[in-house]
Design a protein around this ligand. Structure first.
Ligand SMILES: Cc1cc2nc3c(=O)[nH]c(=O)nc-3n(C[C@H](O)[C@H](O)[C@H](O)COP(=O)(O)O)c2cc1C
Length: 213
């Protein structure tokens, strides 16, 4: 079982609810499956560069313009995207850890997704729709926020965006574990809210270990 873990939380573990959920999740995975291979990408240490014209041309012109052959410069501009997509291709499970920022995901996570979800990389665009070029079966989102969010909350610009983007490339099995209400000044129950999320992380890890033996 190969898991790719991409984290976009700059806070140290002791202050980062999303990282604590990730720690509970991976601790449970490792306890149950000693063969689990976990690859970590810390976006706060290796921040993705902005998407360039050359990268756009490399991945999108071949699907927009018949017979377009990318230049060497355009290929070179796409090295990061290829490296990261290769990590995704090795994974059975993709785990994305992040806080909510401005009702959405941190820019570094958005940028990473923009780089890897390119035609020709993780999917091919065909007349019958997108044909996946990966083997990821499960997406796990580990999220934290100050405010409290209800099911299908219209303020949530994070989980629907990530879920829709990965559904486009054939990953429809998604678990979201969300510690909301993490502002101790406004939510006295922030610790119990986090405890529920930690427990949920262990449960999802157990389900995954049963499904991916
Ligand atoms: C730049 C920034 C924007 C934020 N925007 C939101 C927001 O829109 N909604 C919200 O509930 N919390 C927001 N927060 C609060 C974080 O989501 C909250 O502190 C979260 O618990 C941090 O995650 P962590 O404990 O995993 O580091 C924001 C925090 C920062 C730094």
């Amino acid at each position: 079982m190969n898991i790719l873990h991409v984290c976009a939380d700059p806070q140290p573990m002791e202050d980062a609810a999303s990282k604590q959920i990730a720690a509970a999740f991976f601790s449970s995975i490792i306890t149950q499956n000693e063969n689990a291979k976990i690859t970590n990408v810390d976006l706060t240490q290796e921040v993705p560069a902005p998407y360039t014209t050359e990268e756009f041309r490399n991945f999108w012109y071949p699907v927009l313009i018949d017979g377009y052959v990318p230049t060497k410069e355009e290929e070179t501009a796409s090295v990061y995207a290829r490296e990261q997509a290769d990590l995704v291709k090795e994974a059975d499970i993709l785990v994305l850890t992040m806080p909510m920022w401005n009702y959405s995901m941190p820019a570094m996570m958005k940028s990473w997704i923009d780089h890897v979800l390119a035609p020709g990389l993780l999917y091919d665009m065909t007349d019958d729709g997108n044909a996946p070029k990966h083997k990821v079966k499960k997406l796990v989102l580990l999220v934290s926020s100050h405010e409290i969010f209800t099911e299908a909350d219209p303020r949530d610009g994070l989980t629907p965006a990530v879920e829709n983007s990965f559904e486009d490339i054939g990953i429809a099995d998604v678990s979201v574990i969300w510690a909301d209400g993490q502002n101790p000044k406004t939510h006295v129950d922030f610790e119990s809210r986090k405890a529920i999320a930690l427990e949920a992380a262990e449960e999802v890890a157990e389900e995954i270990c049963e499904d991916f033996t």
